[in-house]
Design a protein around this ligand. Structure first.
Ligand code: NAP
Length: 281
């Protein structure tokens, strides 16, 4: 039996929960010839590392911090990867790099019943790779987008690059007023920064001294802790909140489908990811 290998590259990579969810999916489907592992590749040898993996017969890899942008120059980025400016999945058989974060995010919103996005207000916090994925997906779905980022020029550039009308909130008061005024569908707030992530779970991107409007939906891309302070804020003001574990699972599931051609067992992957996160020290 020839082993079919896939994996995730990053640096560091010890804490990745991707192997747990992919290997659980292989096991559940009886795909005993498939194996997903994690490979630490330092940034200065990324090109060499990717070539080695391809030459050793790897079918594809997921790409995580800090390689997502650098990998763009080493593969053929598809339309989504080009728009987002980052690659998170590579198929060595075609050398194509894509970004499944967009699909992961949009499918997880839909799984939470947030699928009617046309004209829905969406405040994006952040302007990095994850924010680009969120803006790309939400803009395509017709949402009305405003971005807040500590570096507003970077936010403007992101919107320009993505062909979205520039709309930057200069401060939190402005952001709150915009979300609150003339509401149609319940507005969405998407945290695309690492603020509030373990081990700094006490932090919150939305400052405590600023007014937080009631009845919002918060989607926090962080999943460790399972409930961030931003999520608490939403729930304590009659709103709803979801963490980013489902996005992580669904972006992984999209890569799984791409490499194997097999429909991924989302529930199995979700359960394995949940258990793997709980086991992290
Ligand atoms: P990134 O490209 O480095 O961008 C980080 C963004 O956060 C930037 O806009 C940065 O602001 C902002 N930021 C960082 N530290 C900050 C601070 N202390 N105060 C205010 N803003 C701060 O990272 P990324 O790849 O977009 O990832 C962002 C987060 O999303 C991470 O927590 C990551 O784990 C998570 N994520 C989750 C998933 C998932 O599947 N759930 C997928 C992708 C990413 P500046 O622009 O001003 O530097």
């Amino acid at each position: 039996m020839t082993q079919k290998r896939v994996g995730v590259i990053g640096y560091p990579i010890e804490h990745s929960i991707s192997p747990a969810m992919h290997n659980a999916a292989f096991k559940a489907l009886g795909m005993d010839d498939w194996l997903y592992d994690k490979i630490a590749i330092p940034p200065d040898v990324l090109k060499l590392g990717l070539r080695e993996l391809r030459d050793h017969g790897y079918i594809g890899v997921n790409v995580t911090i800090p390689h997502k942008q650098a990998a763009m120059a080493l593969v053929k980025p598809d339309e989504i990867a080009q728009a987002v400016g980052a690659v998170n999945t590579i198929d060595f058989r075609t050398s194509v790099g894509t970004n499944t974060d967009v699909q992961g995010f949009m499918e997880d919103l839909a799984a939470h019943g947030i699928d009617d996005l046309a004209d829905r207000k969406a405040l994006i916090i952040g302007a990095g790779g994850a924010a680009r994925a969120a803006v790309y997906g939400l803009a395509k779905a017709g949402a009305r987008i405003v971005v807040i980022n500590r570096d507003s020029e970077k936010a403007e550039k992101m919107l320009r690059d993505l062909g979205v009308m520039p709309a930057i909130a200069p401060d939190w008061e402005y952001a709150a007023q915009w979300l609150f005024a003339m509401r149609g569908k319940t507005p969405l707030i998407v945290n695309c920064t690492p603020v509030g992530m373990y081990p700094r779970g006490g932090d919150c991107p939305w400052p405590d001294e600023a007014w937080f409007p009631h009845d919002m939906i918060v989607y926090d891309m962080i999943y460790r802790p399972a409930k961030t302070r931003l999520m608490w804020k939403a729930e304590n003001t009659y709103g709803k909140a979801y963490n980013g574990l489902g996005m992580l699972v669904r972006q992984g599931a999209a890569a799984f489908k791409l490499w194997t051609g097999v429909e991924p067992p989302i529930d199995v992957m979700m359960q394995a990811a949940q258990e793997a996160v709980e086991q992290l020290v």
